[in-house]
Design a protein around this ligand. Structure first.
Ligand code: FE2
Ligand code: FE2
Length: 430
């Protein structure tokens, strides 16, 4: 039914009830008018009718042309005395979806808006496969057609998800600290030179390893589909943690008259072998489960033997952060192995490939680091102290070995595989 130039009486007699009204006042024909018209039609379902009211007598022709161009039906125009009324039927639809309205996320303990509670309505629909052609459209919003395909390679839930990622994100925000003001820098005593050197050498080593822990998740972040935005939010806290660890460790090396010390080729080769891993599953396992897991034991050891409250505090705070990073790795790898048990083969492969790469240059250890750990834990550089210290370092390596196995058992790896992987782990710890 297409009518034109009827009078008001005919319109009411025609029995048409518009579904929505748009009052344009005396708005002149132009882009603003068409923005309002387009948006009003977007909110309608197909074949619903929009009544446009206007006191401007000159827009009728433009409305008709716009409707032809955009494939909607201009049904009729009516002179209502002091204004005009136009009826437009929505014919062409961009999308059958409608955004949510009326969704109210509950407050946790009646007070806090927690991300764990926002899985309501459309935003709560986390798909196994991220929809294509949706770019950066927030999950839950309605997208127009014609959005380019951003082609995020990590676009499946299994690629990145961990069941504990939401808890970890909330914890991470609560536990942020500031390396400038939360460390008791004014309580740094003068230490014997050998001990200060040991601390500076250890801080150099820690900072160097933290660079890789910063770069590797950051490298992957831009490959993750925004459909899994919670994972990106969590990883952004992890990246901030690593940046703060680098800052704190480097500051400690500089704060007491020492300075940054030696870096070993073994450490750099070990970190390079992590950095070139392009598979997120393998990388999570090597970095978060094995590397940072082993670092938890190292940080524990340094905290236990720290010669001053500043070193102890820094390492303690970093250890709490690392606990979350390891928990994400365990959560993610366990999530995948519970669904695809055969993928354990990829973990073995990843560990073997890395071991081969490291063996190519001949094994070896970071000798400066080992001496520094022996001085730290033996209490000094005398032969007697070094003997005690080296024995403690040996014990530390055994604890690291056992704990790596325990973490692998947690993610669902069997005992003999876990032993094999733990044995072949890098002598660099990370
Ligand atoms: Fe770290
Ligand atoms: Fe970390």
């Amino acid at each position: 039914m297409i009518m034109d130039d009827n009078n008001l009486q005919d319109y009411e007699l025609s029995g048409i009830t518009p579904d929505h009204h748009l009052d344009l006042g005396d708005l002149p024909s132009g882009s603003n008018l068409f923005i309002l018209l387009k948006n009003a039609l977007d909110r309608l379902r197909q074949e619903q009718i929009l009544e446009v009211q206007s006191s401007n007598p000159h827009i009728k022709g433009d409305l008709q042309s716009w409707c032809r161009l955009h494939q909607h039906t201009f049904m009729m125009a009516l002179d209502a005395g002091n204004h005009y009324r136009y009826l437009i039927r929505k014919d062409r639809i961009h999308t059958t979806e409608q955004p949510d309205w009326g969704v109210k996320v509950p407050l946790r303990k009646g007070k806090h808006l927690d991300i764990r509670d926002w899985f309501e309505g459309r935003i709560g629909q986390v798909m196994e496969q991220a929809p294509a052609y949706i770019g950066f459209v927030p999950r839950g919003a309605v997208a127009e057609t014609g959005i380019p395909d951003f082609r995020f390679p990590l676009n499946k839930k299994d690629h990145v998800w961990a069941d504990n990622v939401l808890d970890l994100y909330e914890q991470a925000k609560e536990n942020q600290w500031n390396a400038t003001i939360d460390i008791p820098w004014d309580q740094l005593p003068e230490l014997p030179e050998a001990m200060e050197w040991a601390v500076c050498q250890i801080m150099t080593f820690l900072a160097e390893n933290e660079y890789s822990a910063l770069y590797i998740p950051a490298k992957f972040m831009a490959r993750i589909d925004p459909h899994y935005i919670e994972v990106l939010m969590y990883l952004s806290t992890l990246v901030q943690d690593e940046s703060r660890h680098i800052e704190a460790f480097m500051k400690r090396a500089l704060a007491n008259g020492g300075g940054l010390q030696y870096s070993s080729t073994l450490t750099e080769r070990s970190l390079h072998s992590l950095f070139i891993q392009e598979d997120y599953f393998k990388s999570s396992f090597l970095l978060h489960v094995l590397g940072e897991g082993t670092f938890l034991d190292l940080l524990n050891f340094i905290e236990e033997h720290a010669p001053d409250p500043v070193t102890a505090k820094i390492v303690n705070l970093a250890k709490i952060d690392e606990g979350r990073h390891v928990a994400y790795g365990i959560g993610h790898v366990r999530h995948i192995l519970s669904r695809h048990p055969n993928m354990v083969q990829q973990l073995i492969e990843a560990a073997e490939e890395r071991n081969e790469y490291l063996s190519e240059a001949g094994t070896g250890e970071n000798t400066h680091l080992l001496e520094a750990l022996a001085i730290l834990s033996g209490g000094g550089r005398s032969p007697e102290q070094l003997k005690v210290g080296f024995a403690r370092v040996k014990k530390l390596k055994e604890v690291m070995y056992d704990h790596r196995i325990q973490r692998m058992l947690q993610i669902g790896v069997d005992m003999s595989t876990a032993e094999k992987i733990s044995q072949s782990h890098t002598p660099n710890f990370m």
